[in-house]
Ligand binder design. Structure first.
Ligand SMILES: Cc1cc2nc3c(=O)[nH]c(=O)nc-3n(C[C@H](O)[C@H](O)[C@H](O)COP(=O)(O)OP(=O)(O)OC[C@H]3O[C@@H](n4cnc5c(N)ncnc54)[C@H](O)[C@@H]3O)c2cc1C
Length: 395
């Protein structure tokens, strides 16, 4: 293999470039990214960048040292595969042949119907544009009380905006962690002076207002849509690669073709740990999975079997989650969820499947290790906030 293309210049793309070089790949290496900015970190876009505290989150990478050609502002538009091995990435600038390909094109926010202006938050430019509209007194209406919606609401309220959050489900974060746990965060909105309206569906974005499904309207100076993302895989249509949500891979992050791997928010990878395909849109996956993708591309044995992890900073709280609760049989609280600091654990028998912590970072760190190792725990000890999580391990 002597001509590798990395398609997508997000964190996963950068880490793939670094991993290929650190694992001894010596051939040509090209990173193609639709954005005109050098690869940067996205989590601050809804936090410090939006708040105006930081404006540059460029990922620290030595492009010359990595001997990587960086093609910015160039979009992959199609993939043509040769019979056997290799192929061509068609881009807005021409044809780029390869004999190894890393697909790392991330995800794109879902927008709502209607011809009124709506903000989404995925890129640095999105964040800067929205930041300009978050002036004191501005009526900011956010559609979606998920992770991004909660973080934007936090920042907008801090800037003195009049914030309304509209959520179709019966509780914030319901899709992510279920209505019972998500519902516990509703009071954070009230405490921040935010008008949270759950169980309300939006039909369309009009000019300066939202049209709700029941015919009512909500007026707004700025409308922010945070209702989820779709893997950015449209350019692969007709290529012959299997797409099911994201780009389908095995546990080694290999697609149906041995010289093509997929990683990050665009990849639907097979998790041996959970016996199912996962599409994980978290920073930690974009950071760590490329190491496996690069090894696979270079013909080395590797598989990605991490338990998911992410964090969110909302309403002055650090919310962290590790594991995968949909596989769990039951849920126990660790501490009083009406208090400032608490956690919830999901268990199956004596197996800890997942944990969500609110301002309890030590619990998270200890539980994450236990979840990764699959070490059995004493469920009663796990539910006792006075017992360190690591001491809940069964001896
Ligand atoms: C506002 C925001 C806040 C977040 N906060 C957190 C957080 O607090 N905690 C957490 O765990 N995760 C968070 N995330 C998620 C995390 O940032 C993502 O999981 C991570 O960025 C995924 O990296 P990626 O490289 O797979 O994709 P991306 O970062 O989306 O990068 C993909 C790149 O590919 C480019 N591209 C797309 N299509 C093409 C194409 N056809 N041709 C060429 N280039 C293309 C895109 O322009 C983009 O630059 C946040 C995400 C956002 C947007």
């Amino acid at each position: 293999m002597d001509r590798v293309i990395v398609a997508g210049g997000g964190l996963a793309g950068v880490r793939a470039v670094e991993a290929l070089r650190s694992k001894g790949y010596e051939g040509e290496l090209t990173l193609i990214s639709a954005e005109r900015h050098k690869p940067y970190d996205r989590p601050p876009l809804s936090k410090a960048v939006l708040a105006g505290e930081v404006d540059d989150t460029t990922v620290d990478a030595d492009w010359d040292g990595l001997r990587c050609e960086l093609l910015l502002g160039e979009r992959a538009t199609a993939l043509r595969l040769d019979a056997g091995r290799g192929g061509t990435v068609e881009t807005t600038a021409g044809d780029r042949p390869f004999d190894g390909l890393v697909i790392a094109t991330g995800a794109t926010p879902i927008t709502l119907p209607g011809d009124g202006p709506q903000h989404v938050l995925r890129t640095l430019d999105d964040s800067r544009r929205l930041r300009a509209g978050l002036t004191a007194g501005a009526r900011v209406v956010i559609v979606g009380a998920g992770w991004i919606g909660a973080e934007v609401a936090t920042t907008a309220a801090k800037k003195g905006c009049e914030v309304t959050v509209i959520e179709a489900a019966d509780a914030p974060l319901a899709n992510a962690v279920g209505p019972q746990v998500g519902g516990l965060t509703a009071r954070w909105y009230a405490e921040a002076g935010i008008d949270l309206r759950t169980g309300v569906k939006v039909a369309a974005v009009e000019h300066g207002r939202l049209l709700l499904a029941d015919g009512d309207h909500v007026a707004a100076d700025e409308i922010v849509v945070g209702v989820g993302v779709r893997p950015e895989v449209g350019w692969l249509a007709g290529s012959g690669l299997e797409i099911e949500g994201g780009v389908v891979t095995d546990a080694s992050l290999r697609t149906g073709r041995p010289e093509i791997v997929a990683v990050g928010d665009c990849a639907a990878w097979w998790s041996e740990r959970y016996g199912r395909r996962l599409l994980v849109e978290h920073w930690d996956t974009a950071l760590n999975a490329p190491d496996v993708a690069a090894a696979t591309l270079l013909g080395q044995e590797a598989s990605y079997d991490a338990a998911p992890y992410f964090w969110s900073e909302q309403f002055g709280k650090m919310v962290q989650y590790a594991g995968y609760h949909p596989v769990a049989e039951r849920m126990v609280f660790r501490g009083d969820p009406a208090a400032d600091k608490w956690a919830v654990c999901w268990l199956t028998g004596d197996r800890l499947d997942a944990i969500l912590t609110v301002d309890r970072p030590r619990d998270l760190v200890q539980a994450r290790r236990i979840i990764a190792a699959g070490t059995p725990v004493d469920p009663e000890a796990v539910a006792d906030p006075g017992v360190p999580v690591r001491q809940a391990v069964k001896t």
